[in-house]
Every structure is written in C-alpha cells, then in structure tokens.
Ligand binder design. Structure first.
Ligand SMILES: C[S@@+](CC[C@H](N)C(=O)[O-])C[C@H]1O[C@@H](n2cnc3c(N)ncnc32)[C@H](O)[C@@H]1O
Length: 386
C-alpha cells in the first residue's frame, strides 16, 4: 500500500523535528504542503520527495509548519522567579538558554531582566530549529503590536525606532548568542556551556509523547545540577522525576535539576554507542571552510557562528563568519560580524592562531577587517538596512 504525501510529510516532520501532526495540525500541514508544492510548481508527491531529500526544502517547510509566535515577558511570574534565581546565583559566569526561542522576545526579555538587575556575569543563548525564527531573533526587529508585554520604560531603554517599527538596541542584542539547534535530536555540534536555567516554553506542546520525553532528557543533560527548567503551561512533557524535582520559585512552578546520578541510563552496563568528541574551535573553522568551499553557505555560517560561540574572543572566527554572511548576501549581519572581529582583535593577546586564514598575519587580519568595515557596500549604517 503506498503512503500518501501527507502521511510521508507528517512522518518526516515527526522524526526529524519531533512535531506531531494531530487532526487540526494535519489539516494545516496539508494546506501548507499544497501551497508549497504549487509555489514550487511540482506535484505534491514530488514536493514531499524534495522535502525528504533536500535539507533546504525541509527547513523551508519547517519554517512554515512551526508556530514562532512569542511575546515579551510572556508569563511574567516566571521572569520574576528567574530574576530571583539570577540574583542568588554565584558570581561565576552563568548561562540561561532559551530553547525554542521563537521570534526572539523570550531571550531579549531575559537579557533585559539580567541588565536591569545588574547580572552581567550571565549570558543568554537563544536556539531554535527554524532558521526563520533565528533570523528574526538575530534581527531583533518588532512591530508595535509585537511589543506587547514591554513597559514604556523598557521600550524606551531597550528598543529604538526603526522605520514603522522598533529594533532592539545593539548593546542588548550583543548579549544574546544565537545558534541553530534541534531539540529532537542529540546534536554533538551544539556547544553551549551547561545552563543554570533553561526556558523551553510552548515548544514541547507540539511534540509527540516520545519525542517530548527524549527532549526533556537531552535538556536535562545540558542543565547544571541545581539549575532550573521553565516550561510553558500547555507543555505536558510526561514524567520528569528521573532528572528533576518540581519546585516553586517566587510562586512560579519550575523544575530543579537533580544532582546527576552515577549512571541512571537504562543502557548502564551494556556497551555504549561511540560518542563523537565535542567539536573544537579549529574543527568548526575547518568545517565552515569546507562548507563554504562546497557552496553550502548556510552550513558555513552555522559552523563559524558556533566557533564564535565556543570562544567569543577569536577574531578569525568572526571574520570567517562575516565573509560567509557577505557571500550569502546578508550584508547587515556580515558587517556586524566584521565589527565583532575588530573588537575581538582589540581584546586579543596577539597569540591567536590564524592558520584558518591561509597564512595571514595578525596585521593582515586587522587590515582585512578594516577594509571590510570601510567597504562602501559594507559601510552602511547598521540600522539602515532594510
Ligand atoms: C510558540 S514558539 C515559543 C517561543 C517562546 N519559547 C515562547 O514561549 O514565547 C515555539 C518555537 O519552538 C520551535 N521549535 C519547534 N520544534 C523545535 C525543535 N525540534 N527544536 C527546537 N525548536 C523547535 C519553533 O520553531 C518555534 O519557534
């Protein structure tokens, strides 16, 4: 019996992104598939084959299938709770991870809060499976309607006018690191430090039961013992007690990560699958180079961005990221990356490994950055891009 295109697409979306297709979402999926197939000018069956075999077609469908809507300080009680935790945390660097960040209001709310309470030892990591959501987060541009939840005072301090809307001020944008990450799969390329807090809200509600459980386990693996997980009210992840205990913080329910057991895995005692080593900086730079050489600019941008994430002080990584973004035609973000390369250069101790730049010296790199930043195409004002 042959499977219908709708069933094939539903299986792909569940197996690759964890998203279930229930009757209502199935009807929506069917409509989206038909629209996309007609836009691509191919029959539905062929379109689903494209989705199956071409990563870009899959990503594009995912951008359309996922619900990326969010708002600032959505569920304010959870932010009050997070502020209490952040104030009480040690002065060592801490991470709060917004997993499934949607259009960015959640990570920027966290960044605003941390700025307000003066916790500059924290950094915010924002991830999503949708490249559209990540691009919106990266841009940090919102219509007036999308600013719901922000007080006038916060709006005035953390946003500025841009055309008919608003944009997050660069000083706040810089505090949010953005990376692609799929919660539905173990991703050895995902290199955030262990988080002291994770916001994963209104994401698992779209997941299948098993996928949701597996994601919780994966998130647990990225939270430091004693760290906290905030879920959305409609997320029903199933049993949490293998890794978390429910706690109330400032009246908000969240989950505290239990100390890691010696080995609670059901696979304990059996031979374990080989674990790929965590990526290192030169590996990511080489991967980015390779992807750029193959013309896969999206993969190149991702690898270079992760390299900047792994070590935010490496000018070469920012420079490579800028070059890949420039090639991809995103001049605004390229300029931002070249600017970051310049800053990293100024912070650097001069011992940076420049092997990724084919024999360039430090002075060459400084000159190249300066040329990029004064190039007429690159030199547009940061807020002047469309
Ligand atoms: C409704 S938004 C939630 C935004 C924000 N967390 C909030 O509560 O306002 C759901 C987000 O989850 C993302 N998402 C869906 N499946 C995902 C997956 N497998 N991995 C990571 N993010 C995913 C979607 O792309 C979307 O941006």
């Amino acid at each position: 019996m042959s499977t219908s295109p709708l069933d094939r697409a539903a299986v792909l979306i569940l197996s690759r992104a964890g998203l279930k297709a229930e009757p209502a979402s199935r009807a929506r999926l069917e409509r989206l598939l038909q629209e996309s197939a007609s836009l691509a000018g191919v029959p539905l069956q062929s379109y689903v084959t494209m989705v199956d075999t071409q990563p870009a077609a899959f990503d594009e469908l995912l951008d359309r299938v996922t619900v990326q809507h969010s708002s600032f300080f959505r569920d304010p009680a959870q932010f009050v709770a997070f502020a209490q935790l952040a104030r009480a945390a040690s002065g060592a660097p801490n991470t709060v991870w917004s997993a499934g960040c949607g259009n960015g209001q959640e990570p920027y709310s966290l960044a605003i809060l941390l700025d307000e309470i003066g916790c500059n030892n924290w950094h915010v990591v924002a991830t999503d499976v949708s490249f559209h959501a990540l691009a919106r987060t990266e841009k940090g541009e919102y219509t007036e309607h999308e600013l719901q939840g922000l007080s006038i005072a916060r709006r005035q301090k953390y946003l500025r006018r841009k055309g008919s809307g608003f944009e997050i001020v660069p000083s706040l944008r810089r505090n949010v690191r953005i990376a692609h990450q799929n919660l539905a799969h173990a991703d050895p390329q995902f290199v955030v430090p262990e988080a002291a807090a994770v916001f994963c809200r209104n994401v698992l509600m779209y997941f299948g039961r098993e996928e949701s459980q597996a994601s919780i386990q994966r998130i647990a693996g990225r939270i430091a013992p004693g760290g906290h997980l905030f879920l959305g009210h409609s997320d029903s992840p199933g049993p949490m007690n293998a890794h978390f205990e429910p706690v109330q913080v400032a009246g908000a329910l969240c989950y505290r990560r239990l100390a890691k057991a010696a080995n609670t895995s059901p696979l304990a005692g059996r031979s374990q699958p080989a674990v790929r080593p965590a990526p290192n900086l030169s590996g990511l730079l080489a991967e980015g180079d390779q992807a750029a050489a193959n013309g896969d600019l999206r993969a190149a941008v991702r690898a270079f961005r992760q390299a900047t994430y792994l070590d935010p002080n490496v000018a070469v990584a920012y420079f490579q990221l800028g070059a890949a973004l420039e090639l991809a035609g995103d001049l605004r973000e390229a300029r931002r990356a070249f600017g970051a390369a310049g800053l990293a250069m100024m912070r650097g101790d001069g011992n940076e490994d420049l092997s990724g730049l084919g024999g360039y010296t430090r002075r060459d790199l400084a000159r190249a950055i300066a040329v990029k930043l004064t190039d007429s195409a690159m030199a547009m004002p940061i807020s002047g891009a469309p």
